[in-house]
Design a protein around this ligand. Structure first.
Ligand SMILES: C[S@@+](CC[C@H](N)C(=O)[O-])C[C@H]1O[C@@H](n2cnc3c(N)ncnc32)[C@H](O)[C@@H]1O
Length: 199
């Protein structure tokens, strides 16, 4: 199902937001603690598209990165702005698929954005990732829901590493992928962590 920005806004207004746990994804915390994320070699400029309440964006900004979180929902804007307050992170309320920064990013991190948009919009996601990342820049993504039956309507829509590899073919190579070790308790479907490098 194609959720409009009003549909997402209605979910925030109704506080019907099971994705908002009030903290970063546990795998983000685990990878940071293990010194495996973010990637110092990739550079400092980080984009978090579809950031929602911006908890992941804050965790990355607290590591000293220059983070921009983007979400098109006006209803999540006060929450995202408050989350990023004081950590140096910036929030933009706009369509992430149309995001066109003045300077390219070194790293895009995202979690539950690509799976939240309608699958018909995925080519636009690939265009956006190619446009916003510098050559050699990295897309780090928690891939979810890997094992959701494809016939079940999203969001979240089934997303696998093979789907992403196919979507990004020609402009990206898959650098690494691994099972998520610190998943969300009670989360129904499998999550994986993948890193793609822009050629
Ligand atoms: C399932 S929520 C996940 C939010 C966040 N990634 C998290 O884990 O808390 C999906 C988010 O994507 C946002 N979104 C969907 N389509 C978007 C678009 N085209 N541009 C910007 N944000 C979008 C929605 O407003 C919503 O906040």
């Amino acid at each position: 199902m194609n959720y409009s920005k009003e549909d997402w806004g209605a979910r925030y207004l109704a506080k019907d937001t099971p994705w908002n746990h009030g903290d970063p994804h546990p795998e983000v915390r685990r990878l940071i603690a293990a010194g495996e994320f973010p990637f110092p070699e990739s550079g400092n400029r980080v984009l978090v598209p579809g950031c929602g309440p911006a908890h992941d964006a804050r965790a990355i900004a607290e590591e000293g990165y220059e983070v921009t979180g983007v979400d098109f929902s006006e209803e999540v804007t006060p929450l995202a702005t408050a989350t990023l307050n004081g950590c140096g992170g910036k929030f933009l309320c706009e369509d992430a698929l149309a995001h066109d920064p003045k300077e390219p990013y070194d790293l895009v991190f995202e979690h539950t954005f690509l799976c939240a948009i309608d699958p018909s919009l995925r080519p636009r996601y690939a265009e956006m990732i190619s446009r916003v990342l510098r050559p050699g820049g990295l897309l780090a993504i928690i891939v979810f829901p890997v094992d959701r039956p494809r016939e079940e309507e999203g969001p979240p829509s089934t997303l696998t590493i093979d789907d992403l590899t196919e979507l990004l073919a020609g402009s990206f190579v898959l650098r690494s992928h691994a099972a998520v070790q610190s998943g969300r308790a009670g989360r129904e479907w499998v999550e994986e962590f993948a890193v793609f490098e822009r050629s």
